[in-house]
Design a binder for this molecule. Sequence first.
Ligand SMILES: [Zn+2]
Length: 272
Amino acid sequence: MKYRAAWRAGMAASALLYLSGVISLFNFFRRRIMKRNISVVLMYHRVSDDGELPDITVSTKKFESHISYLAKNFNVVTVDKIVELFRKGERPARDTAAVTFDDGFKDNYTFAYPVLKKYNIPASVFVAADYVGRDFGLGEDEIREMNRGGVTFGAHTISHPVLSGLSREDAFREINGSKRALEDILGKEVSYFAYPYGKRGRDFNDDSIDIVRECGFRAAFATDNGFITERSILFGLNRIGMRDLPRFVLEARLSGIFESRIFCALRRLAGI
Ligand SMILES: [Zn+2]
């Protein structure tokens, strides 16, 4: 309930800021005057209109509205590129975004992939190996077809466990096994990993990070909410979780206003 109330408050704040023109003004100020461009990785799960698993599903219409917004306003790049920018410590020359999907649902092929192609937007899918070939999961042929079409695939363990709850051997088997399984399907190296559930310190820990490094991944993604900044870590990169958000909420969320000093000071004043 608490979460829902916070969610509603966030929606209301976004609507107010958007409709009053504050978001446009803030974006103008941030980009043109402060020259502070954003680097962000978005995280989706399902794209579908079937009404199942609403907390992790974005409708096809909303998904297209998000992607068309990104295509117009962001330099949308591959995970490779956004990781490279971070590693070099470079500030992006424009607002930069990467689009990711977790778990490997079949609707990523059926509904998301056509939209991504239409707008020529690169994306990455982190697949739990056990889901491949299941009713709800991507098939091997679909994975290969999407990969030929420019979609990067990353690993997401075999059975989607909470890694911090496993022994070292089991965590290694889950992480390394998912890398190998996906490499077998794709016939190429798999370089990126996303932690199941993904909250640092809760769902994965320093041991999980060590194993991910040891297995030869180049970077890994968390589900901790936030932009990529100089304070981010390569094996626990933040993302912004996407829900069935109206476009104005996306626009407000990606403006960076909620991370700005002004906003934080206002929150402190208001005591929230
Ligand atoms: Zn997942």
